[in-house]
Design a protein around this ligand. Sequence first.
Ligand code: ARG
Length: 389
Amino acid sequence: MTEGNWLRRLRKTVLVAVGAAALVAGTATHAAAAPPPSDGPVTPQVVGGTRAAQGEFPWMVRLSMGCGGSMYTDTLVLTAAHCVNSTGNNSSITATYGTVDLQDPNRVTRTSNYVYRNPGYSTSAGGDWALIRLSSPITGAAKLPLATSTAYDNGTFAVMGWGSATEGGAQQRYLLKAEVPFVPDSTCQQAYPSMKTAVEICAGYPQGGVDTCQGDSGGPMVRRDSAGNWVQVGIVSYGQGCARPNFPGVYAQVSALSSAIASAAASLSGPPQSGKVFENLNNVSIPDAGAAVFSAVSVTGVTGNAPSNLAVGVDIKHTYRGDLVIDLVAPDGTAYRVKNSSSSDSADNVVTTYSVNASAEVANGTWRLRVQDVYTADTGFIDAFRLTF
Ligand code: ARG
């Protein structure tokens, strides 16, 4: 086979779901929030919050389980571990992006296809973060950079969400925002003796009154960096009630978690998901007007599902390619037709890369190329079969 024919790579796209989170006054629970009321509260003030302007926090996402999130890439939403159940395929989450109004007819929505929950969250290490992969990208979405050092773990922060505007209150239709000052670990530990100072950062006023709350979880806490751009320093995590005096809000400390988030993101996304190539170079002869023949590859070590643009490299030598019907067969037996027969296509050979939306399939397992010659005269062989994930 000719190596050069294989090298066309397809960009993998990821779906991103967007959701809304309410900000200000909340409780330490993260129970899924009820959907916002149909006409929404009009109260302009939440516990210490005000309405955010359209476009003010463009990377902000609402998640359908009643949490917030932030766009990390076009296909990945960063949220809280406690907002999701477990790592694995997950098509149950809708993400809403691009609006402060959850009922905006122009809102952008995506469905999830995979969740990565920080495996350390359930251990003493902690770290309340998770990534949600969208089933198609929000192309060109605004992305919120993560703090990679403690340089910005101080000062005044902005928080935002569609969660409760008062402790025990309703979820919000419109995005609310507020500002809260940094609280040193030593002070925060007075409220929460078992807080994990290595991976948590606190914010709030001694007198209370301004806070995130239920339904804001997973949303970002941000500030301006030295260049004046937003940087994410926290993820809404928990608190005792909402906006209570001497009980600041507790946030996942992004500066301590950003490198782990980046590595998880790299394993979850990317044009080719991993750049991993699986190929079978054994020749398989194709009988004239005969039974289908197969070439198989065994895929291992790829996280989650196959991409929506799985690159299927096919190199078949044949003296009349119109004779050939070609399918990609997934590990579970599902067949994806990539080429039909055509009695008029008398050209030689099929040397190309097809793109298959295989996002419903788990990546790992045995994938087969099935080739059948359906007309008499002319034969050939499968020269090579390659999948690029
Ligand atoms: N765990 C809550 C949620 O799931 C967020 C709590 C934030 N509480 C606070 N007082 N800051 O929405």
